[in-house]
Write a protein that binds this ligand. Structure first.
Ligand SMILES: Cc1cc2nc3c(=O)[nH]c(=O)nc-3n(C[C@H](O)[C@H](O)[C@H](O)COP(=O)(O)OP(=O)(O)OC[C@H]3O[C@@H](n4cnc5c(N)ncnc54)[C@H](O)[C@@H]3O)c2cc1C
Length: 472
């Protein structure tokens, strides 16, 4: 427990980013109030404010580890309740860059609770803090501030159920976690500050998802299948076993190639994926609902860290800062890593310093943002600036993933970086680079027959060996 930094902190938005921020703030403020527009269910259920919960929500290992720091025993609790879990290199059939990762041990854990289950478990833990009050069915309508706009002093809220008049919640600190539609830029302008510059990478991705009953043996002991899109095969999909003997299939297409949400069209789309595993599994399964869709036009990053002036008493976290292309599965983990940064910021400063904190947030966002946008810009149709460094890295990753089809050490290195556990520099470490080189030599040798006679003797299956394919 750290020294108390103030009487009350108010968190706007009670989804993943808001809940983990509230958990951290409960260590430093006498009272924490979370204001959430939705009526929050006691049980595991979807809700209006988080429509994305109907789609696969992979929790990266970096996020799982950070959540465990805040909520001791959370992983075991969810596994006890039936959430599948396993080593992503051992129990997930993953086809990155058009290559199936060779199975092995990554030392990481993939926890596959559904999004509503994960959120419900975290919400219950946060609610259990005596100093935390979750005000649901309550709209945030704006901020209050000192007359010179130098300090945010609270939030204006309206309770939805009794349609009561607007009231003010005074606060020493307000944390905006209202997600992708955050009004923080407009609120800043109203207080006399410039809004943050915005980076956008238009990817035009569409999701469609459907739930199925998971019969024993259907996945041969695996917990999921992942087929990310590549420039050659820009349609992708995921299949994730989740709690209660169900599995979720999410299909996606980019640049306006949206998977249909009527059942026949959904099945037809699945049959066009580069690898048949998802289609074959869902074909034999009982569907439990109709497909639902979601569209993500662009990844959007608000560059709050570039503002030199920012009001005291206000912070911004989660999707309100940055929404990523969801196929990389980063948002929840980034929110958890930001909460870790908030905890250490509160330990180092007697009062939060927004400009400093927002720069720390930006450093956390930098890596997943460049991985996601670098991946997106490998698709020729995606508009954006392609730096030489990005092209080189994408080329290197192509080679690494091709090598990972045989060498589990390369798959391990890749998953640890993609999982936000190791920094991207780990992929350039001499031991990894040497394996990438070796794998490339091996493939070149296999692809270059020594003599014409050799060529004649090759069987149909050996000529079908994969050659180097471009990564997404
Ligand atoms: C299709 C899709 C798939 C995704 N898949 C993954 C994945 O696989 N892995 C992963 O880690 N992440 C994934 N994400 C991202 C993930 O859902 C978010 O990053 C995560 O929920 C954290 O977001 P947040 O809490 O900042 O915002 P949100 O989850 O959007 O929540 C914002 C909250 O604020 C509330 N709110 C908004 N406005 C107001 C207001 N005025 N007053 C009161 N309350 C308000 C909303 O009701 C909501 O509860 C996906 C996102 C999408 C869209």
């Amino acid at each position: 427990m750290q020294a108390i930094r103030g009487d009350r902190a108010v968190v706007l938005g009670g989804s993943l980013a808001g809940l983990v921020a509230a958990r951290v703030l409960a260590e430093a403020y006498a009272e924490v109030v979370v204001v959430e527009r939705d009526e929050l269910p006691d049980a595991v259920a979807h809700r209006r404010g988080v429509p994305q919960s109907r789609h696969i929500h992979g929790l990266l290992a970096g996020g799982q580890q950070a959540l465990e720091e805040f909520f001791d025993g959370l992983t075991a609790e969810l596994v006890d309740l039936g959430a599948p879990a396993g080593d992503p290199l051992g129990s997930l059939r993953a086809y990155f860059g058009g290559h199936r990762l060779q199975s092995g041990s990554s030392g990481l854990l993939a926890l596959q609770a559904s999004r509503p289950m994960l959120e419900a478990a975290i919400r219950a833990r946060v609610r259990a803090w005596p100093s935390v009050d979750i005000m649901d069915s309550c709209d945030v309508t704006g901020l209050t501030a000192t007359s010179d706009g130098g300090r945010v002093t609270g939030a204006r809220v309206v309770r939805r159920l009794d349609s009561s008049a607007e009231q003010t919640l005074t606060a020493d600190l307000v944390v905006d976690a209202t997600g992708r539609n955050s009004r923080a830029p407009a609120w800043l302008e109203a207080l006399g500050y410039p809004p943050p510059p915005v980076d956008r990478v238009p990817i035009g991705i569409g999701y469609a998802s459907r739930t199925y009953r998971l019969a024993p043996g259907m996945l041969d002991g695996d917990i999921g299948i992942l087929i990310p899109p590549t420039p050659e095969h820009p349609r992708g999909g995921g299949l994730a076993a989740i709690e209660n003997e169900r599995f979720l299939v999410t299909l996606f297409g980019i640049l306006g190639d949206y998977p249909p949400t009527e059942p026949q069209g959904f099945d037809d789309f699945a049959s066009t994926l580069h690898f048949p595993d998802i289609n074959e599994t869902m074909r034999d399964a009982e569907a439990l609902d109709d497909p639902v869709g979601f569209r993500h036009p662009a990844s959007v990053r608000h560059r709050y860290e570039r503002l030199s002036r920012f009001p005291a008493g206000l912070l911004v976290v989660g999707d309100a800062v940055c929404t990523f292309n969801p196929i990389y599965g980063q948002g929840m983990s980034v929110a958890a890593l930001q909460a870790r940064a908030l905890r250490s910021h509160l330990q180092q400063h007697t009062r939060p310093e927004p400009v400093t904190f927002l720069r720390e947030v930006a450093r956390i966002v930098d890596v997943p943002w460049s991985m996601a946008t670098g991946g997106d810009l490998a698709f020729p149709g995606v508009v954006g600036r392609r730096t030489i460094q990005m092209r080189l890295l994408n080329g290197y990753l192509d080679q690494l993933l091709a090598g990972a089809a045989r060498d589990p050490q390369l798959g391990r290195a890749f998953l640890r970086v993609a999982g936000l556990v190791d920094s991207p520099q780990a992929l350039l470490a001499p031991a990894v680079a040497a394996r990438v080189l070796l794998a490339g030599l091996h493939r070149t040798r296999r692809a270059t027959p020594k003599a014409p006679d050799d060529r004649k003797r090759r069987t149909a299956s050996s000529t079908a060996e994969p050659t180097v394919r471009r990564r997404e």
